[in-house]
Design a protein around this ligand. Structure first.
Ligand code: GLY
Length: 355
């Protein structure tokens, strides 16, 4: 069995449960808390508890589901619950849920009594391949994504694709965007494979999750604090996050999942890459047509555009007031800290609308 003491290690399926049981018997937390949202409380808790030893001592803390609840107010509720239920520094928080639960729960754990241990058990594809790996924790500030948080690794990450059985199709698609991103920034053969999955039929789901986690882990190990190469994991996110934030605050707009916004952001970033970095035009056309096939197009009009551009100034990769894009010279050949004139951003949106 792998050494469970290695922080941030990712374990799969049965090995995951034997590692958490080993962790619990070795570390003997004073109390164990399981953070869930209203979805995972119904769909995942029973499955999870059936695999761990002495679950009758675990306390469940529930938060409401949805990005709009990824706030300090929700953290306040969880901090209070931990306090009232007698959590101390030797307590353990297990985050059982999607990206909101793992990001917010990680932040709560890192700040409660200056830090208690936490474990992530992601239950969405997005959280399995991205959010729960790499130690990024945090919450939104109003409509601005992930502005408050810390980077601190969980004790371990447990991935069991059984939780995906109850996941709605649009959530699977949202996670797939991060999988596609891993192909684009790191591995052309992987991009070809995952962009051609027929009808989102995830027959090879476990294999895909493992390859994506491997790509992300390789990058994060080299640059845990995102000083350089980790920025490549933000491909498509500069505009993607701005689009997501814009849609979050406009009630008249349809609800947009993170991956749906990132998919649009990747088409836009690939167009900009073609113009500024000579990214091959034929690949741009293939990538955008694949992404449109899977995600369709988000309706973005002139009024949206100005606000989306304004929101980019809150991107966490910005330095000294400069907006820094990740662009591609080719699939698997990213370049970080690229300045992009507004003219290219407008042209990219034109391409997005008319392609
Ligand atoms: N989601 C990007 C990262 O973890 O760096």
């Amino acid at each position: 069995m792998a050494n469970p003491a290695k922080k941030g290690a990712v374990y799969y399926s049965n090995e995951a449960y034997s590692n958490i049981n080993l962790y619990l018997s070795r570390n003997k937390p004073s109390k164990v808390f399981v953070l869930v949202d209203s979805n995972t409380h119904g769909h995942c808790v029973a499955k999870f508890l059936s695999q761990v030893e002495e679950p009758s001592n675990f306390e469940i803390i529930e938060i409401p589901a949805g990005e709009e609840h990824k706030t300090l107010e929700t953290c306040n509720g969880v901090w209070n619950a931990l306090s009232e239920l007698g959590a101390d520094r030797k307590s353990l928080l297990i985050n059982l849920g999607g990206g909101v639960v793992t990001d917010l729960g990680g932040f709560v754990a890192c700040t409660f009594k200056r830090g208690i241990s936490y474990i992530n058990v992601p239950t969405t594809l997005l959280a399995m391949v991205d959010a729960s790996v790499g130690g990024k924790t945090g919450v939104d500030l109003g409509n601005l994504k992930n502005q408050i948080g810390v980077i601190s690794e969980p004790e371990m990450v447990l991935i069991d694709s059984i939780y995906l059985q109850s996941l709605p199709k649009n959530e699977m698609r949202s996670g797939l965007a991060e999988v596609l991103k891993h192909g684009l920034i790191k591995d052309e053969a992987y991009w070809e494979k995952v962009s051609n999955l027929s009808n989102l039929d995830f027959t090879h789901l476990d294999e895909i999750i493992k390859r994506s986690v491997e790509i992300k882990s390789e990058v994060v190990t080299q640059d845990p604090l995102e000083k350089n190469i980790r920025k490549t994991l933000n491909y498509g996110h500069t505009l993607g996050h701005a689009i997501e934030s814009h849609f979050l605050t406009h009630n008249s707009k349809p609800k947009l999942l993170h991956g749906e916004a990132v998919a649009a952001g990747m088409v836009l970033a690939t167009h900009i890459s073609q113009r500024l970095k000579n990214f091959p035009e034929e690949k741009l056309n293939r990538i955008s047509s694949k992404i449109f096939d899977i995600y369709g197009k988000i309706e973005i009009d002139e009024n949206d555009l100005e606000n989306i551009l304004a929101l980019m100034k809150f991107d966490k990769k910005n330095e000294h007031g400069k907006i820094n894009f990740v662009l591609l010279k080719d699939i698997g050949a990213p370049e970080i800290d690229c300045e992009v004139p507004n003219k290219n951003i407008y042209e990219a949106f034109d391409f997005y609308k008319t392609a």
